[in-house]
Design a protein around this ligand. Structure first.
Ligand SMILES: [Zn+2]
Ligand SMILES: [Zn+2]
Length: 187
């Protein structure tokens, strides 16, 4: 009998997402184990939509996800599950077994993914471009905060406008030279 990767001694029970997608549910923590073959089969009946992270953020605020920090083990093959961020603004992560490709969803994670129209594209999350995009967004967000702190809100807004205007201007190089020159009127 497959055990819950988080509760360990609790047996997983067979149930369904959306009435047709078979999953193994833990009645103790409310998480569900989604097997790769079942998901692939179900996907064939789906039309992928467009991912909207803000909807997932909204959903996860409404349906709180309790993220576990435990080193969880795959209920099917015993490999460690790896954590994958879903988006840069989303608080929760998905746990995945990279050996059998099964995915552990904590309570409410499926619902949040569904509201973001990502439940039918879960495999995307584990790809390198998806993870890279999240890392880039997180890094950009940190720099944005840093500039904001350094310049203050008004000056930061102003300098961003000036920056945009310069970089979109055909005279970009002379404009930058003009700005950097301590006294552009001195011959
Ligand atoms: Zn559990
Ligand atoms: Zn596995």
């Amino acid at each position: 009998m497959a055990k819950c990767p988080l509760c360990e001694n609790t047996d997983l029970q067979a149930t369904h997402f959306e009435n047709i997608l078979p999953v193994m549910e833990c009645r103790s923590c409310g998480g569900s184990w989604l097997r790769a073959n079942e998901y692939t089969l179900w996907l064939k009946s789906q039309k992928p939509g467009t991912f909207d992270e803000s909807k997932a953020v909204e959903a996860s605020e409404r349906l709180p996800v309790v993220e576990s920090n435990k080193a969880a083990i795959c209920p099917d093959c015993g490999h460690f599950l790896r954590k994958y961020r879903v988006g840069s603004k989303l608080v929760f992560q998905l746990d995945r077994c990279n050996n059998c490709n099964g995915v552990w969803l904590d309570r409410n994670e499926w619902e949040s993914l569904k509201l973001a129209d990502l439940h039918d594209e879960i495999n995307q999350i584990f790809t390198q471009p998806w993870q890279k995009r999240i890392q880039d967004e997180i890094a950009a967000g940190k720099l944005d905060m840093m500039y904001m702190k350094k310049f203050g809100e008004d000056d930061y807004k102003k300098v961003k406008e000036i920056r945009k205007w310069i970089w979109e201007n055909a005279n970009r190089s002379p404009l930058l030279a003009f700005l950097l020159d301590k006294d552009p009127y001195l011959d």
